[in-house]
Design a protein around this ligand. Structure first.
Ligand code: KIV
Length: 263
């Protein structure tokens, strides 16, 4: 395990872990100043491309966006989601994870699932590929996006899966939309950091989709808190530009090129 990942794990029980998503260099370079982990999430399928789910996201899409994000990151741990149907068995997972790491120079990959993906995770880790787990709502396979952990049987499965993932060697687990007391129990019972999204304050850290946090997306989920209204700021700027163009205030002389002795 490399030092960056060891230091990340050491944050458990010491300081809260800050994570956000980025899909491009400009956003990555801003959030990198304040984050411990930057995730190139396959949420880019719905957020950027308007897909109805993350299932249509391809390996090439993830790689191209990650290459851009890489340019914006100086210090945070950079994790890239393996998209749907790219880790159906250990061989496929290893070949695709190697491709992601070599082309994007990310620090780790993330994949969704519990018991079903344990063998895949073990294969990746044996081949020195750091893996982040993801439990709770799993957007690549989910048919419902309701929070998980209402029923006893489901709680037991998620708790068991968190232990299995830890034993398999993941360095951290994203808990997505998990009932608060279950997230608290998992966080207490495993020795690696839990990163919550809709999984309560009891997780070791939190992650949000940056577009949701800055008010650029339309999502209205309970777990989202908007800290800014970038949509309004962009709208206001575009309106001002339009007015300046219509009134010939823009471009002014200082925005134009002119040589002397020409009318
Ligand atoms: O794809 C994504 O952005 C994610 C986060 C929501 C955790 O997996």
């Amino acid at each position: 395990m490399n030092n960056k990942i060891i230091n990340f794990i050491k944050k458990k029980n010491k300081s809260k872990i800050i994570s956000l998503t980025a899909y491009s260099k400009n956003i990555a370079s801003i959030i990198d100043r304040h984050c411990d982990l930057v995730l190139v999430g396959d949420s880019l399928g719905s957020v950027l491309y308007g897909f109805s789910s993350t299932k249509k996201v391809t390996l090439d899409m993830m790689i191209e966006h990650s290459k851009s994000v890489r340019m914006g990151i100086k210090k945070s741990l950079m994790v890239v989601d393996m998209p749907h149907n790219t880790y159906r068995n250990p061989k496929e997972a290893l070949s695709n994870a190697k491709k992601i790491i070599s082309k994007t120079k990310c620090d780790a990959i993330k994949l969704e699932g519990g018991k079903k993906v344990v063998q895949i995770i073990k294969t990746l880790i044996k081949n020195k590929i750091p893996v982040m787990g993801h439990l709770g709502v799993l957007p690549q396979s989910a048919t419902s996006f309701k929070f998980r952990g209402k029923e006893i049987a489901e709680r037991k499965t998620i708790l068991r899966d968190s232990k299995l993932l830890e034993e398999a060697g993941v360095f951290s687990i994203v808990l997505e939309c998990i009932e608060s007391s279950l997230a608290k129990e998992i966080t207490k019972k495993i020795n690696i950091p839990t990163i919550g999204i809709g999984a309560s304050v009891y997780c070791d850290g939190q992650v949000l989709v940056t577009d949701d946090l800055i008010g650029l997306s339309k999502i209205k989920a309970r777990f989202v808190k908007r800290y800014s209204n970038i949509e309004k700021q962009i709208n206001d700027a575009v309106l001002k530009f339009k007015k300046d163009v219509v009134t010939s205030k823009f471009p002014a002389k200082k925005h134009s090129y002119k040589i002397k002795n020409i009318a």
